[in-house]
Design a protein around this ligand. Structure first.
Ligand code: BG6
Length: 485
């Protein structure tokens, strides 16, 4: 059944994220009958537009970004919900127009902030000024929530003056991905993994989030952030937390978020003393992708030729607790890598004794590969006997492979935003990041950035279309290990 009626107000409704992700996600929920019949979708943005113009933008976005054929009946139902209101975000008095636009509607409101975070505080003030905030309303915040601990505290403080933590939904869209959610199932619905998930069984873990895209016309924004702030502080740490956390008592927001927080807090600090051994910072130069020549970061449109912003990071992360002592988590993520490819590889320990020396002098260890995207799936590398009469046993490394597209070919692939939007409407915070988590993640990331600054660390070059700087290979090779290709 669909949740109770609420007004869904999107600030920055004409922006890229809204058109690409939020509106298509809401449309898909409409298709599934998961939006209450009385809910309205209110677009709020700076520009003056008629409702008709807003509708056209919405329909164009759906045609462009929804993969399935648009159902005309559903589309009519969806567009009938639309309301548009132009607002001067910095002028609180203009919010009375919003109040008029949604007067007489539902009592619960979901406010989705899809604007630059610098104006989150202004929007809150405006909503308050127009008496549009009650205890049952919800606020959804997009990243980046700050670019450091200090700035994230400032943003969270501005919003928390008006909304309680239990009304605040901080998005990390990786938490809405099917394969990331499946980590919970894999770890806690399978005793095989639940019982072999620690320093006694696992040698190390690799997490790769590679993207083939470059900066895609947002050089100015990206250059202020860099890959550590843009991807590691949030997405990679969330994956790491789900992988490494203690079993939560249940799936409630309180239980899951408390366990994830403990992982981030237990991360060993990386600072100027140890940064050279733990982190590789890279920046792509000119190169080739799929045979096509692509410009380096400093030659992208709008680039400042002197930038030292990183587009790649590899990190040896260590979790200082009972479960993970001595088990490194190698993380790497970058732009302009050979392909879009994200996966987790859990390397189990080698057998202590080998009775198959005649066939294999060095028995390979089991590996569990969780393919996050694309080609989602789970794969277990294991040893198997090659059938045959030969008296000497011949064995071989092979795999059990659960491909999601083959196994669940009748199921539609749900986009992360669809899942997250539904959770907001249902009032479930489990898949959203708590303030404590955001802040703990900044403490760890800030220390790396400070170490880069104090040691004048300049990013190492790598060719666009490669797997990163050579030193990222040495980072793991120093420990007698290697990245899985
Ligand atoms: C965003 C980052 O949060 O995630 C982008 O700002 C990045 O730089 C994107 O490209 C990656 O998301 P996905 O879902 O394509 O892996």
């Amino acid at each position: 059944d669909c949740q109770s009626a609420s007004e869904i107000v999107i600030f920055g409704a004409m922006g890229d994220l809204s058109c690409r992700k939020l509106l298509p996600a809401l449309y898909q929920l409409e298709v599934c009958g998961l939006i209450n019949k009385d809910s309205r979708i209110v677009g709020a943005a700076r520009q003056d537009h008629t409702l008709e113009e807003f509708r056209n933008v919405v329909v164009d976005s759906l045609n462009k970004y929804v993969k399935e054929t648009i159902d005309e009946t559903v589309l009519t139902r969806f567009t009938n919900r639309l309301v548009y209101q132009s607002l001067e975000f910095k002028d609180s008095s203009s919010f009375s127009k919003l109040s008029d636009a949604i007067a007489g509607g539902n009592e619960t409101r979901v406010y989705y902030f899809s604007t630059p975070p610098a104006i989150y505080g202004d929007i809150c003030k405006g909503l308050h000024h127009a008496s549009l905030i009650t205890d049952v309303d919800r606020v959804v915040m997009e990243k980046p929530i700050g670019h450091s601990l200090e700035s994230s505290i400032a943003i969270n403080n501005q919003v928390s003056e008006y909304f309680n933590e239990n009304q605040t939904y901080r998005i990390d869209h990786y938490l809405g991905k099917e394969t990331v959610l499946n980590l919970l199932v894999l770890r806690f619905a399978n005793s095989l993994f639940t019982n072999n998930w620690d320093r006694n069984s696992i040698d190390h873990v690799q997490i790769t989030v590679a993207e083939s895209v470059g900066i895609e016309g947002r050089w100015g924004f990206y250059d202020e952030a860099g890959q550590l702030r843009d991807m590691v502080q949030n997405h990679l740490l969330q994956i790491l937390s789900l992988l490494a956390m203690e079993p939560p008592a249940d799936l409630s927001a309180d239980s899951v978020r408390a366990e994830k927080l403990k992982v981030v807090k237990a991360l060993k600090a990386i600072n100027r003393e140890n940064i050279k051994d733990k982190v590789v910072r890279g920046q792509y130069g000119d190169g080739f992708l799929n045979g096509i020549s692509v410009p380096g970061y400093l030659n992208e449109e709008g680039a400042n030729a002197n930038s030292n912003t990183e587009t790649f990071v590899a990190i040896k992360a260590e979790i200082d607790n009972w479960r993970w002592k001595g088990v490194p988590f190698y993380l790497r993520t970058g732009k302009r890598m050979p392909k879009k490819h994200s996966e987790i590889v859990v390397h189990f320990k080698q057998q202590p004794h080998n009775i198959f020396k005649d066939s294999y002098s060095d028995l390979p260890a089991n590996k569990l590969t969780i393919r996050l995207q694309p080609d989602e799936g789970v794969e277990l590398q294991m040893m198997n006997k090659i059938p045959g009469i030969a008296s000497q046993m011949r064995i071989q490394e092979n795999k059990l492979d659960l491909s999601f597209s083959d196994t669940y070919h009748d199921e539609r692939v749900v986009d992360a935003y669809e899942r997250l939007m539904l959770e907001v409407l249902n009032g479930n915070q489990s898949l959203f990041v708590s303030r404590d988590e955001v802040e703990a993640a900044w403490v760890w990331a800030d220390s790396i950035i400070e170490a880069w600054n104090t040691t004048n660390e300049v990013p190492k070059p790598y060719a666009a279309g490669s797997w990163g700087p050579v030193s990222s290979i040495s980072l793991i090779a120093r420990d007698d290990r290697q990245w899985v290709e």
